[in-house]
Ligand binder design. Structure first.
Ligand code: IVH
Length: 664
């Protein structure tokens, strides 16, 4: 629990940061953070101010950017007290917390089911009907008192103005702006040189509080209804019946609502909806799990704020802020330099993250981050977390991070790539490059020598057993010396030698991939293998001739031609051939199920991306980075972004991870 002083400090820092963001955005037309981050920080501030109002003076609160945004919150709408308070929902962030919620219900009844639906990220509204006519619509406000926005609600097409029920009725639901309409609105605002809306929810809020209801009409707000006040009046006994009742009177209800009976079914819904929600044309903020049997609601009781009979499940955020302790570079097997961040360890999507990638120097320069800053870290697409932005500049002198010019492993100067985007260590004898090459040679997608992980390879290099890839295959001649190594037991040495022998005939494409030739990934290696046919053709093959194929560009042929021109590489190939490794391309290992199909992968999947890429390649399919009309399938995971919407627009077939595995 933070002290008053700590809370004040956090709030002031947030206020200062958001003021700066607002200034950049509104005054300088130069957005410096993503909407997601802005919203998350804005909401954090708002929540803290609401939770601890007595920690601040009136002036301090009035100056907050949270007040400025609501410049429209003049007293123009009539305040109305709700007949029944509009409660909020308790939140669960994990399956365990849902289990706890259910255990509590089990104390009262064993005969239960749950009604689940998306939690719409909009604004709640309560609407009264009398004599079949829409009488009054009031916003949630603080839950007790809201504002009368009837005029504006009457402009919303999907809300019935008349219903065939004569009894008085009060229904509650969520007003939202569809994502399509939100994008349209922002495009128009941009054309008119007006500030854009941060997100659909803010846009909906701003629209609902418009004085001119004509504007509301144009903006195409919509609503999902999910709640009836005093349902017993209509003989309704379950949440499911509430839905049927709402549907009967032509209210729009969620198409994603579902009755579930067990924890297992809840778990499945939670899992499936995580990817499904990205396809919806409205934003959601998790899911709502409501006890279906209304008879137990009063028995379960309420706190001042929420009922014990329903809960909101929120998916964990995949972005967190943490301290960037150090920036350092690593050098890969092709000499490519990667900038990395050492972080104050932080929990992110279920694991503790201490490192994140920063890609290259330009990336750091553009984000304007430096050591000791507070940064945002995201886990997306790849399994490796990435720093995505500056949260708070703690770097007093505002000093910029300087480009690293020398290799920390061999001290030689880095050289820039042609595009100037990447840096390389060009020292062929750089110990780090040699080590990375050897590790790669034995790795899973290359020769897959199971016993040769990073630690063992380091040991073998250290003890002078290996310098070049072909040395692996000579280790069997040093069995006695290997057995003397303290760190390796007798059995593991034998196992290692066995694994090395059996790796010799994996396949030509794996061997080509294992060579660490710049720009030659698994996919290209396979293609090259199919053209070269035999390792003994490799050194004399006319790589320039491959340019006629779509898969192969100038960058790749140049890299291959350069590689075979180098003496050590020629020696390596010849040595491998002499070691009885003149592998031939084996057509029969190919499965052609995905022949001619092009895939794009986006979002976070349950396994690293290369797992899926491998399956695609092995089945004859191909991969590209961007969506076009030629793309056959998009495999999308959690948190997919623009690729997903582009694919939808182009009618590219969409596959979840499960769909894809079924396809195979
Ligand atoms: S049910 C007694 N269902 O979430 C339960 N609420 O944190 C009443 N919300 O203010 C709420 N989508 O505005 C329910 N499908 C949904 C919802 C939903 C969004 C909002 C609601 C409420 C807040 C609760």
């Amino acid at each position: 629990m933070e002290t008053r002083e700590e809370i004040r400090k956090i709030v002031f820092e947030l206020q200062q940061k958001i003021n700066e963001w607002d200034h950049q955005y509104y005054d300088l037309d130069n957005p410096t953070v993503s909407d997601a981050i802005y919203d998350s920080e804005f909401n954090k501030l708002k929540k803290l101010e609401e939770k601890y109002p007595y920690f601040f003076s009136y002036e301090e609160l009035k100056l907050s950017p949270t007040q400025k945004i609501n410049a429209t919150s003049l007293d123009i709408f009539t305040k109305v007290k709700h007949d029944k308070p509009m409660l909020s929902l308790n939140k669960a962030y994990s399956i365990e917390e849902i289990s706890k919620f259910i255990s509590n219900i089990e104390k009262i009844t064993k005969k239960y089911s749950f009604f689940i639906e998306p939690k719409i990220d909009g604004l709640s509204i309560s609407i009264k009907y009398k004599n079949g006519k829409l009488l009054q619509a009031v916003t949630r406000g603080n839950g007790i008192i809201g504002e009368d926005v009837t005029e504006n609600i009457l402009q919303i097409q999907s809300i019935p103005k008349e219903i065939s029920l004569k009894d008085e009725l009060e229904v509650r639901g969520e007003i939202y702006l569809p994502i399509d309409d939100f994008n349209k609105l922002n495009n128009n605002l941009e054309l008119m040189n007006k500030p854009k809306m941060a997100n659909p929810r803010n846009a909906a809020a701003g629209t609902l509080r418009q004085l001119n209801s004509q504007i509301v009409k144009e903006r195409n707000l919509s609503a999902f209804l999910y709640y009836i006040v005093n349902p017993e009046k209509y003989g309704i006994k379950t949440m499911q019946e509430e839905f049927q009742f709402l549907r009967k009177y032509n209210f729009q209800i969620s198409t994603e609502a579902q009755l579930v009976k067990s924890m297992e079914e809840i778990r499945k819904y939670v899992h499936d909806f995580k990817t499904k929600k990205q396809l919806l044309n409205y934003e959601t903020d998790g899911i709502v799990i409501k006890l279906n049997q209304l008879e137990f609601y009063d028995k379960l009781g309420y706190t001042a704020k929420f009922p014990h009979s329903a809960i909101a499940f929120k998916y964990e955020p995949d972005t967190v802020a943490t301290l960037l302790k150090k920036i350092f570079v690593t050098v890969g097997r092709t000499g490519l330099v990667t900038y990395n961040a050492l972080l104050e360890p932080v929990e992110l999507s279920g694991s503790l993250v201490s490192y994140a990638t920063l890609n290259n120097f330009d990336y750091i320069d553009n984000l304007n981050i430096n050591e000791n800053d507070l940064v945002y870290v995201k886990k997306a697409g790849e399994i490796i977390p990435c720093v995505i932005g500056l949260a708070l500049n703690k770097n007093k002198g505002q000093e910029k991070f300087k480009k690293i010019l020398n290799c920390p492993f061999c001290q030689s100067e880095f050289i820039d790539s042609e595009t100037k985007l990447e840096q390389y260590c060009s020292n062929k004898n750089c110990p780090e490059i040699i080590k990375r090459k050897l590790i790669h040679f034995a790795s899973k997608d290359a020769l897959d020598i199971i016993t040769l992980g990073e630690k063992n390879i380091e040991l073998l290099i250290d003890k002078n057993f290996i310098k070049k890839p072909e040395d692996f295959f000579l280790l069997k001649n040093h069995k006695d010396k290997l057995l003397e190594l303290n760190r390796m037991g007798h059995r593991s040495v034998l196992k290692m030698l066995d694994a090395i022998e059996s790796s010799k005939h994996k396949s030509l494409e794996k061997l080509i991939f294992a060579l660490s030739i710049k720009h030659i990934g698994v996919k290209i290696a396979k293609f090259i293998a199919s053209k070269v046919r035999k390792l003994s053709n490799f050194l004399t093959f006319d790589f320039a001739s491959l340019k006629e194929y779509n898969e192969i560009g100038e960058k790749i042929t140049t890299s291959l031609i350069l590689w075979v021109s180098e003496f050590e590489n020629q020696e390596l190939i010849n040595n491998l051939i002499n070691l009885d490794m003149d592998l031939e391309y084996n057509e029969s290992t190919i499965n052609n199920k995905l022949q001619g199909k092009t895939f794009v992968i986006t979002g976070t999947l349950s396994k690293p991306r290369n797992y899926f890429e491998k399956i695609i390649i092995e089945n004859g399919g191909s991969l590209t980075n961007s969506i076009s009309s030629k793309t056959s399938y998009l495999i999308y995971g959690y948190d997919a972004g623009s690729k997903l919407s582009k694919a939808k627009n182009l009618n590219v077939e969409l596959l979840t991870e499960d769909d894809f595995l079924r396809l195979i």
